[in-house]
Ligand binder design. Structure first.
Ligand code: COA
Length: 177
């Protein structure tokens, strides 16, 4: 497992967090219970911090980074991800804030200072431009994203099921390795 220290910060993970040995986590990163980080994820908490909640999965090849504080933007843009979030393969999350029960589709790009409210699906390949706020309960698709329609009850339920499926899968991986 590649947990690298940077300027005195070492990534903090829980005993039941799964971090694939090919993933690279650097610096000020905090990951909650039952979350999972899959092969080839790169997460750099160097110029700001990354916080990941509980039962959240970050799938293969995703890239997570942050923006440093500057004059006029004293907090910079940390990356905050809530609980029960599914981050699809090869997604790019940069200095944004995600709530709970969100699906970030494969290869989606979410830029600085974006806020994604709870219970949102972002379609695969979508681009969310800086500073945008995605409203709770909707599907967003496209580049740049547009609100497509409200989520169905099945889709809302699936957001939690997807997170639960990944908790089960990472438990199997923890037994295997
Ligand atoms: C977003 C998604 C859930 C939508 O599924 P859907 O039920 O087929 O959506 P809809 O049929 O209601 O589509 C609404 C509109 O958005 C378009 N659309 C759907 N997915 C899109 C996408 N990823 N990018 C751009 N447009 C998309 C549809 O073509 C449709 O357009 P139209 O109204 O002009 O016909 C699905 O396409 C998707 O991207 N899933 C991501 C899965 C994933 O990456 N999981 C993580 C890894 S496990």
């Amino acid at each position: 497992m590649a947990l690298r220290s940077y300027k005195g910060h070492i990534p903090k993970i829980c005993i039941n967090t799964y971090v694939d040995e090919s993933a690279v986590l650097v610096g000020n990163i905090d990951i909650g219970h039952d979350s999972s980080i899959w092969p080839l994820v790169a997460a750099r908490g160097d110029v700001n911090c990354i916080k990941i909640g509980e039962r959240t999965n970050v799938q293969d090849g995703a890239i997570l980074h942050v923006t440093r504080p500057t004059e006029g933007n004293e907090n910079g843009y940390p990356l905050i991800i809530g609980d029960d979030v599914t981050v699809g393969h090869q997604a790019m999350l940069h200095g944004c804030q995600l709530g709970n029960r969100i699906l970030v589709g494969m290869s989606a790009i979410i830029m600085d200072n974006v806020i994604v409210e709870d219970d949102v699906i972002i379609g695969g390949g979508s681009l969310v431009p800086p500073g945008k706020r995605l409203e709770s309960g909707f599907l967003y698709v496209g580049s740049p994203v547009k609100q497509a329609r409200p989520l169905t009850e099945e889709e809302r339920a699936f957001l939690t099921v997807s997170a639960q499926n990944y908790v089960k899968l990472k438990n199997e991986y923890l037994e295997e390795y």
